[in-house]
Design a protein around this ligand. Structure first.
Ligand code: NAD
Length: 401
């Protein structure tokens, strides 16, 4: 039980084949970002457990790959219904483990997750064929889609349950089997989800293992029995995956970092831009690869836009995850907050911090929504992903520039 919170069941067992078992290797402390306290230790999978998870997926592939799209769609629809039925429990766990405001987790993320499973249930039954024909006399050629095999799916900490849905739903819809590893920082919803998956899918179709990137993740991506790696994470991690995949010729699916620009021309509606940025830049405390974090404004609108942004961003309600009025929670970890603050402090030497720019005192990894005005194009704050509640605003000399 978590101190000061309602009792909440936290699963820590891995799913390997049809067995739930504790990880047999080093324990990883999992923190509550709102308080900075440890919630529970989760042991990571041993290499022998990873081997068994991959073997279970390999074995399940023989029959799962031969099921019809209709059968796989039915399973996905059942999974969607189960997530929907347990929406409150999933949202509470996600809020606890990631520091997400409960309204965002329950109201926005869970419905999108449920919809993802339903989407792929439909998509797999309505695929278009590619061109077939007689390209060589006496032969009819066609292209058919076949499942790939065992997919190693590895998720980050910013949208744990949603990333799980994005990875599992298309893979199992297509007749593949999966070994899924959540981030070592946010394993709770994946381990809760494992219970549902074990009940709704044949043994071994999805296996869930825990562990750190450099140990369990690294072992998994180099596993000879894995046919494809799907990873969402840092660019540096993506490079390691490509390297491992190149050595054993595995397929890859990479979703890596981002630094989304927003171009604001002089004739834009300044209030509309500012209110849009309030959400687009600071959603999930800016820990978002699509965060609109790099605003480039025309010379005539720049000053007005900076003022309007300050006015809007000031009103973001930062607070406890359980409070329904909270719009922005803490950052995921102490290390992430230190990293974000490092970017801001370095930027402040050559540009102006016009809002925020520091941590919020007290428990938890809270950071003030921050706006940095006037950094140079070559500066770190413009070039590198911050992954926090920080936007930069630059003045362009002209629309052409
Ligand atoms: P990360 O790369 O550190 O970790 C992501 C996952 O990869 C974790 O499960 C981790 O354990 C695992 N991992 C780390 N090193 C590994 C290795 N050597 N081999 C195998 N697995 C390994 O990223 P993070 O800190 O969890 O997430 C933040 C990053 O993810 C940011 O850069 C962000 O832009 C990116 N991200 C991208 C998207 C997207 O859709 N493009 C979405 C969310 C996050």
């Amino acid at each position: 039980m978590i101190q000061g919170a309602r009792p909440m069941k936290i699963e820590t067992n891995l799913l390997i084949g049809n067995s739930f078992e504790a990880g047999q290797d080093a324990a990883e402390q999992v923190f509550n970002p709102r308080t900075g306290e440890v919630i529970i230790d989760v042991p990571e999978a041993s290499t022998a457990q990873v081997d068994r998870a991959v073997a279970a997926a390999r074995k399940a592939f023989d029959s799962w790959s031969r099921t019809t799209p209709g059968e796989r769609a039915a399973a996905l629809l059942r999974i969607a219904d189960r997530v929907e039925a347990e929406a409150d429990g999933f949202a509470a766990l996600e809020a606890l483990n990631c520091g997400k405001p409960i309204n965002a987790a329950r109201g926005d993320e869970i419905p999108a997750i449920v919809d993802c499973y339903r989407f792929f249930a439909g998509a797999v039954r309505t695929q278009h064929g590619m061109v077939a024909g007689e390209y060589l006399e006496g032969f009819t050629s066609m292209i058919r889609r076949d499942p790939i095999g065992v997919v190693a799916s590895i998720a980050p900490w910013n949208y744990p349950l949603m990333m799980m849905a994005w990875k599992l739903a298309p893979a199992i819809a297509g007749g593949n089997t999966v070994v899924f590893k959540p981030s070592e920082q946010t394993p709770f919803t994946a381990l809760k989800m494992a219970k549902i998956l074990a009940e709704e899918l044949p043994e071994g179709v999805v296996n869930v293992i825990t562990g750190r990137g450099h140990s369990v993740g690294n072992y998994l991506i180099n596993h000879p029995q894995v046919d494809m790696i799907s990873i969402t994470g840092d660019v540096a991690t993506g490079k390691k995956v490509l390297d491992a995949a190149a050595r054993s010729v595995k397929r890859t699916h990479l979703e890596l970092g981002g630094k989304a620009p927003v171009l604001v021309f002089d004739d834009a509606d300044v209030d509309l831009v500012a209110s849009t940025m309030r959400a687009a830049s600071f959603w999930n405390a800016g820990q978002d690869c699509t965060a609109a974090c790099r605003i480039i404004a025309g010379p005539k609108i720049y000053e007005r836009l900076v003022d309007a942004l300050i006015k809007q961003v000031k009103t973001i309600k930062v607070g406890p995850t359980s409070d329904k009025a909270t719009e922005m929670g803490p950052l995921i970890s102490a290390a992430q907050r230190t990293r974000v603050d490092g970017f801001v402090q370095r930027a402040s030497k050559k540009a102006e911090v016009v809002l925020g720019g520091k941590s919020i005192a007290g428990k938890g990894h809270f950071y003030r929504p921050t706006i940095i005005a006037g950094p140079a194009q070559s500066s770190e704050i413009v070039q590198d992903e911050v992954f926090g509640p920080v936007v930069s605003v630059q003045r362009a000399k002209s629309a052409e520039q």
